[in-house]
Structure formats: structure tokens, C-alpha cells
Design a protein around this ligand. Sequence first.
Ligand code: ADP
Ligand code: MG
Length: 303
Amino acid sequence: MLFGFIFHSIYLSLASGIPLRYVFALGGNAFSSRNIATASKAIVSLHQKGNEIIVTHGNGPQVGELYLKEGKNLAILTEETERILGSRIRKALFRQSKKIKSKVVITKVLVDAKDKEFRNPTKPIGKYYQNKEDVPLGKRKFKVRKLSKGYRLVVPSPMPEAILDLREIEGYLSRGYIVIAAGGGGVAVIKKGMETRYADAVIDKDLASSALAEMVKADKFFILTDIDGAFLGYKTKNQKLLRKTRVNEAKKYLKAGDFEEGSMKPKVEACIMFAEKTGNPAVIGNISKIKDVIALKSTVILP
Ligand code: ADP
Ligand code: MG
């Protein structure tokens, strides 16, 4: 029995490499049908080699539109985006192979009711506008902020403290499913006695995905977005793509203010957190070049 097991393990590692656990975070701003199809192809191929895969995704543009239309609490709207975008990812995976099993796990994430974000919101959602006056504020009259790509609404984005649906995620992973979880950073909830309550907030998907990747002890964590990686001197004529970088060095660039708040900064922070806590690499890259990103040819943060 033991020999059989050892033989089987050796066989597996020779035949297909040792199976690994990957977390892929797909950007809400990169969520086009073509990008999702490209990503699905690479993800299904990794899964067919025996690797375990969790897909997370952003929802900034989508939750912003729902907020203007429906005006509901942002955690409830995030739950809606988990269903809508999750089902789009499932369909794209299914198109790659009819044999793929996938599951959307609606994921609650605990946040602190006293988080400073509830007073000083920083998370951009909705569309970008070229003029400040054109940004619709919606029922709750959230603030507007200028970003490198234009003006956008900003809402509270508290730190994720705990992922509450880990058991379900682990359960589906062990049964061979590709798991789609923590969409839109997860559904933000606060503790109220023994119960939880929806928080009017959108958790940053990069930070939530990093927390999830850490909790499931992922071997690698990938953040896929609409740009080739993290640039130093972004949008200057000397801009330079960061390649393989140690955590300590990445922290220096972070402090120096090279990465914009609400877009690239949370990605670099998420990678640093993951690499530090697990000792494994975290990667940022372009979703349209996912093969290169998996081959570590973009921004890679190492412990
Ligand atoms: P996502 O939806 O994938 O999270 P974001 O728009 O939040 O996408 O973040 C990606 C964007 O970050 C890029 O399109 C770019 O405009 C912006 N950005 C800000 N600073 C940097 C930087 N230093 N390097 C690269 N991109 C940056
Ligand atoms: Mg983002």
C-alpha cells in the first residue's frame, strides 16, 4: 500500500510535475470576453495537468454600475456581481472543456466596523470619467477621486480580516473543481454579536485574494490585469517594468509612491503580503499574455 502510494507519487511527479495549488485574481477592469477566454484556456490547461485552481475576480466597474442602477448596500451588490461574473467565468471554462467541473462559492469576508476606510474611502468603482462634474454620485453621494485614467467614484474598502467560507472552498478543491471564490473581494460583513451584517463597502479584490491565497497555502499567486506589471516611474518617459523583485525592495518602491492607490498599489501590497507569509512567489501581469505571466516573465515578487 505504502509502496504503491510512493510509486504513484513518483509517477505523478515525473509524468506531470508535482501538482500545485494556484490562485488567479482576474481584474475587474480587464474583464472582457476575450480576456476571460484567454485566461480560461491557460487555467484549464493547468488544471488538466493535475493542479488545483482557485479563480478570484474584481468587480470595480460592475459594482459601480449596479450601485447607480439599484442603489443597494455595496456588499449585497458585490454578492450579485459574484453570481453574474462567476457564471461568466464558469461558462468560459466550460467552453474550453466540457469535462471541467467548476463552482462559484459566494464568499463572505469579515471586516472591522471601525476600519478607517468607513470614514476615509479610497476604493474606486464604476466608470472612469474625463471630467469630475460628470461622475454620477448615486444615492449615497460617495466622493470622487482623480486617478491616472480619469475621475471615479470612491467607496469604503476595509481590510479583509478573515475569509469565512474556506471550508466550502477547500471541499470543492479536493473534489477536483476549479473554484471561483472571493469575487469582488468577497461580500463584506461585520460582526454583530453572534450574527454578521452586510457592510456598505467593497473590499479590494487584490488584498482579499492575497488573504485567500495565504489561507489555502497556494504555491503561486497571480494577479492578472490590463497592464504588463508594476512599473517604476509609471507614465514618465523613463518608466520601467519591475521584473523579479524581493519583498524588501518592493517595500521601498511602495514607500517611494511608485504605485497608484486603488489600482497598482493594492496589487503590490497583496503580493508582498503573500510572499512574506508563505515564502512563495506572487506575480502581476497582463491577462492577455497569461502564458508569459505563468512562466514568470512579468512582475514577480519573491520572499
Ligand atoms: P484591475 O481591475 O485589474 O484591478 P486597476 O485599474 O485597478 O485594474 O489597476 C491596473 C491599472 O493600474 C493600470 O491600468 C494602470 O493604469 C494603473 N497603474 C497605476 N500605477 C501603476 C504602475 N506604477 N504600474 C503599472 N500600472 C499602474
Ligand atoms: Mg483594481
